[in-house]
Design a protein around this ligand. Structure first.
Ligand SMILES: O=P(O)(O)OC[C@H]1O[C@H](OP(=O)(O)OP(=O)(O)O)[C@H](O)[C@@H]1O
Ligand SMILES: O=c1cc[nH]c(=O)[nH]1
Ligand SMILES: [Mg+2]
Length: 213
């Protein structure tokens, strides 16, 4: 399975705070960005670097810089925006490609309403960000769109993943590596992750909470 659950103590602690029913919008937002940054650190461990020579304070010095593919971060609207600043805090020059999807709460299938991608996707690593991987419909639709536009190297960062969503992404796109702070237990009858975080978009934007359990 192309899934990595990052069980770093800081991630486990922060995710534990995010699961509190009474968490404020402010705290949920801050923690989502912090966990996103920590997942970014893990997901970029194998990025290639090359050495080159620069003029340092005491003469020429060999230093390293990132080489090879550049990065585009791909937030899935809305909730993916809640992770964007965290990713950009570590990769500040990354270009941002935006995909707007909303899950139809009856069919649980994702409906697309926006696709605004950067150029040269075939030369970039695409880092998809979305707090929740539930049925996997939104993630598969996003990967489909990115591949149609030429993307070849795609990774996904999600705060919480359900086994059902992981399987669906793996079946459709086994080449896509998923990084998550937690593989949770299951989906409930409304397609919400248990124990999960509730409705991540509503928590990040402060919109009304749905009855999800
Ligand atoms: O794996 P899936 O079953 O597709 O569900 C996960 C999707 O649902 C949520 O978005 P939502 O559709 O609620 O949109 P929002 O971010 O605008 O709230 C979440 O942020 C994912 O994009
Ligand atoms: O658990 C879930 C499932 C879909 N979308 C969310 O925000 N949370
Ligand atoms: Mg939502």
């Amino acid at each position: 399975m192309n899934i990595k659950e990052i069980r770093h103590p800081l991630i486990r602690h922060k995710l534990g705070l995010m699961r509190r029913a009474d968490i404020s919008t402010k705290n949920f937002r801050e923690l989502a960005q912090e966990v996103a940054a920590l997942l970014t650190y893990e997901a970029t461990q194998d990025m290639p670097v090359e050495t080159h020579s620069i003029e340092g304070w005491c003469g020429q010095v060999e230093v390293e810089k990132l080489s090879g593919k550049k990065v585009t971060v791909v937030p899935i609207l809305r909730a993916g925006l809640g992770m964007l600043d965290g990713v950009l805090s570590l990769i500040p020059s990354a270009k941002v490609s935006v995909i707007g999807l909303v899950r139809n709460e009856q069919t649980l299938e994702a409906d697309a309403y926006l696709e605004k991608l950067v150029g040269e996707l075939n030369q970039r690593m695409a880092l998809i960000i979305d707090p929740m991987l539930a049925t996997g419909g939104s993630m598969v639709a996003t990967i489909d769109m990115l591949k149609r536009a030429g993307a070849r190297e795609i990774r996904a960062l999600v705060l919480v993943a359900a086994p059902e969503g992981i399987e669906r992404v793996n079946a459709a796109h086994p080449d896509v590596q998923i990084y998550t702070a937690s593989i949770d237990q299951r989906l409930n009858e409304h397609g919400y992750i248990i124990p999960g975080l509730g409705d991540a978009g509503d928590k990040i934007f402060g919109t009304k909470q749905k009855d999800t359990h």
